[in-house]
Design a binder for this molecule. Structure first.
Ligand SMILES: CC(C)(COP(=O)(O)OP(=O)(O)OC[C@H]1O[C@@H](n2cnc3c(N)ncnc32)[C@H](O)[C@@H]1OP(=O)(O)O)[C@@H](O)C(=O)NCCC(=O)NCCS
Length: 171
């Protein structure tokens, strides 16, 4: 089945829930040692407002991948002033930084190039917006996704460490 990729908008946010939950599942599978994780309902309840706020920004964009009408993947990107982010006080960057906020392909459709096709469009879009500096957040254990990004020239750049009280080992 051919993949159809179209632009999405704020009205498509609700349709993204299962695809975001698939990212949450990938995170848990990649780093089970960081449990406990929030449940599927809570991850979307916490994440959805971020998408709503991003669509209030001018350069936010969304690409939707469908096969036979079924939504199977998406990529959401946004642009923010570099001065508001974490890179400008350390690295030489332009005035604006792009971020690939989310990339997801449903499990049954991975490995067929849909993620790469979405990334191609994301890169074109940042280029059209004149954004030369782009960041992507990833769990350090999400080796597959990191490999995909590294193949496009992205390099591990910044890492958060966490010690969350809810963890059984206290760390
Ligand atoms: C990351 C993701 C979007 C890639 O989509 P995809 O359609 O499978 O990607 P493609 O088929 O275009 O490319 C696959 C490439 O991704 C990498 N990759 C992605 N997941 C991988 C995995 N679990 N194991 C190994 N490589 C993986 C490989 O580099 C692979 O390249 P190869 O086929 O040459 O080996 C998809 O795996 C996904 O949705 N994962 C769960 C959510 C996620 O982790 N999102 C990114 C959060 S930062």
């Amino acid at each position: 089945m051919p993949v159809e990729i179209t632009r999405g908008a704020v009205d498509d946010i609700d349709a993204l829930e299962p695809l975001w939950v698939a990212v949450h599942h990938a995170h848990q599978a990649a780093m089970p040692e960081l449990a406990p994780y929030v449940d599927d309902a809570e991850t979307w309840r916490e994440h959805r407002p971020l998408y709503e706020s991003l669509f209030e920004q001018p350069d936010t964009f969304l690409f939707l991948a469908r096969i036979d009408g079924e939504l199977v993947g998406y990529a959401l990107g946004c642009v923010a002033p570099a001065a508001e982010g974490w890179a400008a006080d350390t690295w030489r960057v332009g005035d604006q930084i792009g971020e690939l906020e989310s990339l997801s392909v449903l499990p049954g459709y991975r490995g067929d190039g849909i993620g790469s096709a979405l990334l191609d469009l994301v890169e074109d879009e940042f280029a059209k917006l004149g954004v030369d500096d782009v960041v992507i957040g990833a769990l350090p254990g999400n080796i597959g996704a990191i490999k995909l990004y590294e193949a496009r020239g992205f390099k591990p750049t910044w890492i958060y460490l966490s010690r969350f009280a809810a963890r059984k080992d206290g760390g």
